[in-house]
Design a protein around this ligand. Structure first.
Ligand code: COA
Length: 449
């Protein structure tokens, strides 16, 4: 049977950074450890004033196509996943294709272009669409380009402000992929929720605390649904567990629940019983509150055990390395987590071929999806090309006052001009930039050599 999956990946981070511990926390009068330890974040990426979701997506896709030696004719679909679209009719993929056609000779005249929306899970849904298109045999030997691109900005003083971020992940979805193949089996947890939404507004309305609970509930349902088709999942089945990472602290919470679930009725639960007792079973309690108290006590004990800490450090922590330094990229976030894990393995010289990943995506509103991926023999060649470390290092470090100006520039409701021109913090080089407005209100772009 033909395998379908991710053939190659490229990442583009916004070119500015806000240091959360040293710049944001003092300006807010907060303890820096709320960010570094509580949320697990060191810094956020922001787009420079000439960057937006189109430039970041087009720059990631351009690099990916160059690395892979692709021409537009090799691409049969371009799907963009975003929560930051600025046009309710013309999809962002058409803007990105227009950019790419400036630098490639051919055109995407026969590619199906679209835009996917379901909060942060839309990137994974776009991969799903590409998978189905290839499996259905409609691709004529071509690949799909999936681009997850977002400027995850919150209103100033919203609690979410600390978790902002901006960047794009471009992925090539192909038959016989070189990076990871996707399982046919997948699980969903889906419900009509109002935890995070943008009803025709740029910045989200967020019930942050509730969104954390909804994430955990939908993820649990998705895992149970996945197990119903793929069989029981245990703690040692997967090399890494990349999960949607709005901030690493969220994944830290989810990982503890996942570990409890995956070790139930296994030798690990037996081994841990001497130290922290067995897992509370609902049927053994007279009422919900007693059961919940017992669960809380068990979880408190579990997170201190050597067994859990070793598993977390090996399977989960490596997925968070990039996120810690760039913040939330919404649709791109889980794809950053996967890349972060593979990059860690590559940097450590670990042989990952044939190993499996358990990938958990989540979108507010709300839906979680879980599937498995198998790392391919050629994975190292695809990770070797990534320049994300250099990109992170090169970002311009904003002062708090500069951050506020950049936030205003990207705020659609504010017109900001400085001396007639919007100030830039970095100099664009070999990349697409925003070039002003067209006669029908469209955004225009150009490539800077
Ligand atoms: N040292 C160490 N940890 C600290 C700390 C300190 N000085 N101060 C606070 N913390 C911890 C808190 O205990 C908390 O951890 P816990 O949840 O494990 O208890 C964490 O840091 C965050 O602090 P909290 O006071 O809860 O932050 P907040 O009220 O400002 O907001 C969110 C947190 C997540 C609600 C907010 O960032 C948000 O709305 N984010 C956007 C929505 C989102 O991303 N949702 C996730 C699902 S998609």
């Amino acid at each position: 049977m033909t395998e379908v999956g991710i053939d190659a990946v490229e990442i583009w981070t916004g070119k500015l950074t806000l240091d959360l511990a040293n710049t944001f926390a003092p300006a807010k009068g907060e303890d820096p450890e709320k960010y570094t330890k509580g949320l697990g974040l060191n810094a956020s990426s922001f787009p420079d004033t000439y960057e937006d979701i189109v430039t970041m997506g087009a720059n990631a896709a351009h690099r990916l196509m160059e690395h892979e030696g692709l021409e537009p004719e090799d691409i049969g679909r371009i799907d963009v996943a975003t929560e930051s679209a600025f046009d309710n009719s013309k999809p962002v993929s058409t803007y990105i294709a227009g950019c790419l056609e400036e630098v490639f000779e051919g055109e995407f005249s026969h590619a199906n272009k679209g835009e996917r929306k379901f909060a942060c899970v839309a990137g994974t849904q776009s991969i799903d669409d590409a998978y189905n298109w290839i499996k259905a045999g409609r691709h004529r030997g071509r690949s799909a380009l999936v681009i997850a691109t977002d400027t995850a900005l919150y209103a100033r003083n919203d609690p979410g402000e600390a978790t902002q971020g901006a960047g794009a992940v471009a992925m090539l979805i192909s038959e016989d992929p070189d990076l990871v193949s996707l399982s046919t089996e997948q699980g969903y947890g889906s419900a009509d929720e109002t935890d995070f939404l943008k009803p025709n507004q740029q910045f989200p309305s967020v019930d942050g605390k509730r969104s954390v609970q909804v994430y955990l509930a939908r993820m649990r349902e998705a895992l149970e649904d996945f197990e119903s088709v793929a069989g029981r999942v245990t703690a040692e089945d997967f090399a890494y567990g990349p999960f949607h990472t709005p901030f690493p602290g969220m994944v830290r919470k989810a990982a503890l629940f996942a570990y409890r679930h995956m070790t139930r009725d296994t030798a690990i639960e037996d081994e841990l019983a001497e130290e922290i007792g067995r897992q509370p079973r609902e049927e053994a309690f007279d009422n919900d509150s007693e059961y919940e108290d017992a669960l809380r006590e068990y979880m408190d004990g579990l997170k201190r055990t050597e067994s859990y800490r070793e598993w977390y450090a090996r399977v989960i922590d490596p997925t968070l390395t990039i996120s810690r330094n760039v913040g939330n990229w919404y649709t791109g976030s889980v794809h950053l987590a996967r890349t972060s894990a593979l990059k860690t393995a590559f940097d450590e010289g670990r042989d990952l071929a044939g190993e499996r990943l358990l990938v958990g995506s989540y979108g507010s509103g709300a839906q979680a999806e879980i599937h498995a991926e198998t790392v391919q023999n050629t994975w190292e060649e695809k990770i070797d090309d990534l320049t994300i470390d250099e990109q992170i290092e090169r970002r311009y470090d904003l002062s708090f006052e500069e951050y506020e100006r950049v936030h205003d520039v990207h705020n659609h409701a504010i017109e900001t001009e400085h001396d007639g021109e919007i100030e830039e913090f970095t100099a664009p080089e070999s990349e697409f930039v925003f070039g002003g407005w067209g006669r029908m209100g469209e955004r225009k772009y150009r490539f800077i050599e």
